[in-house]
Design a protein around this ligand. Structure first.
Ligand code: SAM
Length: 220
């Protein structure tokens, strides 16, 4: 099953450098709708999730840029990439010197994409393919969350989970291009980057991707 999912990812994507993070190569798609349809056919599920894993999202691109500029944030540390999609952020963490990277996504095809993308970059990335947001935070040093604020329900679960993690001494880094459900009042902006995405996903090809930490005065 896992092998056929990896084959599906390879069949529907092309390995290429990530704009603005050329040291990273990912298996990416050009168009979302034909691929989404192929996912529905492959899974037999007319409600299958959009293939987030086939694109590098603005939030993840911003975290990748930030880690390239500030590798000390993750160097020698264990990182956890929540809502990993392609695995871009976990791979960027390993590039920046993380000791261990774990990528978490609920979509089985994302798990397959993370595996093929980690291999394409010669990086080791462990994959967690389940919803951990009702669990205790993982035993890691830094949680990286790229572009997880696009939907109210997910956003409403990620934020308290990150706060719980922070209370246990786990740092959180958030990457986001101004999605509707981002709780900006709880966050401290660390950096902003002009990131290149695609009009397949966004209204504009270039977006402002911002990187945030949880605001210390809002920690529990
Ligand atoms: C917009 S994509 C961002 C992907 C990647 N972080 C990036 O920036 O390129 C959001 C991802 O979150 C995943 N996701 C949604 N709910 C989740 C949950 N409860 N736990 C883990 N991942 C989840 C989706 O499957 C999707 O791959």
């Amino acid at each position: 099953m896992a092998a056929s999912r990896r084959a599906f990812v390879l069949r529907h994507t092309r390995l290429r450098s990530v704009p603005g993070l050329e040291e990273i190569r990912l298996h990416l798609a050009d168009e979302v709708l034909p691929l989404w349809h192929a996912v529905q056919v492959e899974t037999g599920d007319a409600d299958a999730a959009m293939p987030y894993w086939a694109f590098a999202w603005a939030g993840g691109l911003a975290i990748g840029r930030y880690l390239r500029e500030h590798p000390e944030v993750v160097a020698g540390r264990r990182v956890f990439d929540l809502g990993a999609g392609s695995g871009l952020v976990a791979i960027a963490g390993m590039h920046a010197g993380a000791s261990v990277a774990t990528a978490c996504d609920i979509d089985p095809l994302a798990a397959a994409a993370i595996e093929v993308n980690a291999r394409a970059n010669g990086r080791r990335v462990a994959v967690v393919r389940r919803d951990v947001l009702d669990d205790e935070p993982p035993d890691v040093d830094v949680i990286l969350a790229g572009d997880c604020w696009y939907e109210a329900r997910l956003a409403g679960r990620v934020q308290p989970w990150l706060r719980r993690a922070r209370a246990r001494g786990i740092n959180g880094l958030i990457g986001d291009p101004g999605r509707r459900y981002l709780p900006a009042g709880e966050l401290a902006e660390l950096a902003a980057y002009e990131v290149r995405t695609t009009t397949e996903l966004e209204d504009l090809e270039f977006k402002q991707g911002r990187v945030y930490a949880l605001r210390p005065d809002r920690w529990p």
